[in-house]
Design a protein around this ligand. Structure first.
Ligand code: FE2
Length: 260
C-alpha cells in the first residue's frame, strides 16, 4: 500500500510503500534493492540482544534514475540512492544504519564525500573523523539534527551513521561517486559509532566505551553544505539536472577546499 507520494520531494515519480520499498512509475529505474535485517544490524548495537524479530529495519534502493537521465549520471560518474529507515527502538537506541567509512579516492589522500537529503521524516546524522590507528581514536564527532528538506554533506575523512529519531519512516536520498565500496569493519568491530543515540525527549548521545579516545560531540541543526554551491531548497535530484558541475565535488573531492 502506498504511504506517501515522493514526487515533489525528490523530483522523481516514486512512492513509499508500507514496508519501506519504493514504487517507481514507468520511466524510472532502480538497479538494486537490498534490505538490512535485524540480524545484520545486531553487531553494530549497544545491546545486541535487543533485536526484535520482524521485517527489514531499512531498505536501500541503489542507482535510481529516470531513463532519460541515465547518460548524464554515467557521464558525471555519480549514483543516486534512496534509503528508507523504519521508526522504532532497539534496546535503548533509535533504529539506525550500521555505519561505514568511504575509501580514499585512488591517487589522492582524500576519501569520497557524500550528499544526503532528508526526503521525509527526521534524521540525526552522526559523523566521525578518526585520527588513524585502528579507528578507535576519533578527533571530531558531529551530530546533525535534520528534518524534511534538509541537506547534509558528509565531508571527506568522516564515517557516518544515520539515526531515525522520529515515529514515521525516514526517507533519505543521496548522491555519491559510482564504483567504490563502503568500509564496514571499524564500525562492526567497535559496535557502532563513537556515540549511541538513545531514545528520549530529546534523544541523548551516549559515548561508546569501546573507543579509546572520543571528543565531546558538536551539535548542529539543519542543512550543512560546508560552503559548497548547492541550494538548500530544491531536491538534490533536480539540482543535478540543472547543473551537474555543482556535484563535481563528489568525484573530485581533492579539488575542493573543505571548510571547517
Ligand atoms: Fe556513505
Amino acid at each position: 500500500m502506498v504511504l506517501l507520494d515522493l514526487r515533489e520531494a525528490t523530483g522523481l515519480p516514486i512512492s513509499l510503500t508500507e514496508g519501506g520499498r519504493l514504487i517507481c512509475d514507468e520511466g524510472v529505474k532502480c538497479e538494486e534493492v537490498s534490505e538490512r535485517t535485524p540480524e545484520q544490524v545486531k553487531p553494530f548495537l549497544l545491546d545486541p540482544n535487543s533485536v526484535p524479530d520482524g521485517g527489514a529495519l531499512y531498505v536501500m534502493h541503489r542507482d535510481v534514475y529516470a531513463r532519460e537521465h541515465r547518460e548524464e549520471l554515467l557521464r558525471a560518474g555519480l549514483r543516486y540512492d534512496i534509503t528508507c529507515i523504519r521508526p522504532g527502538i532497539l534496546g535503548e537506541e533509535h533504529v539506525k544504519t550500521v555505519g561505514h567509512y568511504h575509501p580514499r579516492k585512488p591517487g589522492s589522500d582524500v576519501t569520497y564525500p557524500e550528499l544526503y537529503e532528508v526526503v521525509c521524516g527526521q534524521a540525526i546524522f552522526l559523523l566521525q573523523k578518526p585520527g588513524g590507528g585502528a579507528g578507535d581514536r576519533i578527533v571530531r564527532f558531529i551530530a546533525v539534527w535534520a528534518q524534511t528538506g534538509d541537506k547534509v554533506v558528509v565531508p571527506p575523512g568522516f564515517g557516518h551513521v544515520t539515526v531515525n529519531p522520529g515515529d514515521t519512516w525516514l526517507v533519505l536520498a543521496n548522491w555519491v561517486a559510482r564504483g567504490f565500496s563502503s568500509l564496514y569493519d571499524e564500525f562492526r568491530s567497535l559496535r557502532g559509532a563513537a556515540y549511541y543515540c538513545l531514545a528520549g525527549e530529546p534523544p541523548a548521545l551516549r559515548k561508546n566505551d569501546l573507543y579509546a579516545a572520543v571528543p565531546a560531540p558538536e551539535r548542529l541543526v539543519g542543512t550543512q553544505l560546508w560552503g559548497l554551491d548547492l541550494s538548500p531548497d530544491r531536491p538534490i535530484y533536480t539540482q543535478f539536472l540543472e547543473s551537474s558541475e555543482r556535484f563535481r565535488f563528489l568525484t573530485r573531492p581533492e579539488e575542493v577546499h573543505w571548510e571547517d
